[in-house]
Design a protein around this ligand. Sequence first.
Ligand code: IPE
Ligand code: IPE
Ligand code: MG
Length: 242
Amino acid sequence: MEKEIDGVIYNVPCHVAVILDGNGRWAKKRHLPRNFGHKEGAKAVEQCCEDAWNLGIKCLTVYAFSTENWKRSVEEVTGIMNLLRNYLLNAIQRANKNNMRVRVIGERSKLAADIIEAIERLEDATKGNTGLQFTIALNYGGRDEIRRAMIKLAEKVKAGELEPSAITEDMISNNLDTWELPDPDLLIRTSGEMRSSNYLPWQIAYSEFYFTDTLWPDFKREDMIEAIRHYSMRDRRYGGVK
Ligand code: IPE
Ligand code: IPE
Ligand code: MG
């Protein structure tokens, strides 16, 4: 979508997916414990939701905790889960104020019962909101998501409702956690790492990538505009010729 931002016309991506990375290094640089970085990172996520919507982005999907992140120390995992609890405390009120719809993707059954309950309440209370479609990937792993989708399709085959050869790409997409969302147009990863770390592997097949050295807690509106500026210059050919 074309939009004027600070006097310049940009082609703004509809769906932006972000691998928010570098919280630990942000804290380390300041000789602070890693969880301080996560706290600052959580604040940056809230600001990013507001900025994204004002810049014309319709869907924002952030990677908050991967299926692999359980490998971290108990102290760090507990710290992240408590930040999440804290976020969920007044998330409904804030989301409704901004007409923002919140969804959570990932394997939630492994999360604590009070967190699961708060997520369900948040999703339900914001389901009619038509502003930013904000999605949090929690205990999310792309391969795990595809595995779970395969189980659903295999069950249909087993029940005699589906011929294996009739499985389409759309059927696979529609059985992923992101079934209600369009594929990301732009994938951003902060902190200088250039890998996808099991994030939305099916959905980013044709996304544009933008990498920045900025650490996630330092990622501001200007950084998002810079990412949009890069995206605006890309020529998306989808395998064709232009
Ligand atoms: C990203 O920051 C947040 C999570 C993975 C939860 P990191 O914690 O990975 O930060 P670095 O990569 O150690 O700096
Ligand atoms: C990816 O970041 C996961 C999240 C941002 C939640 P990591 O910091 O865990 O990824 P790796 O280990 O560097 O690949
Ligand atoms: Mg990291």
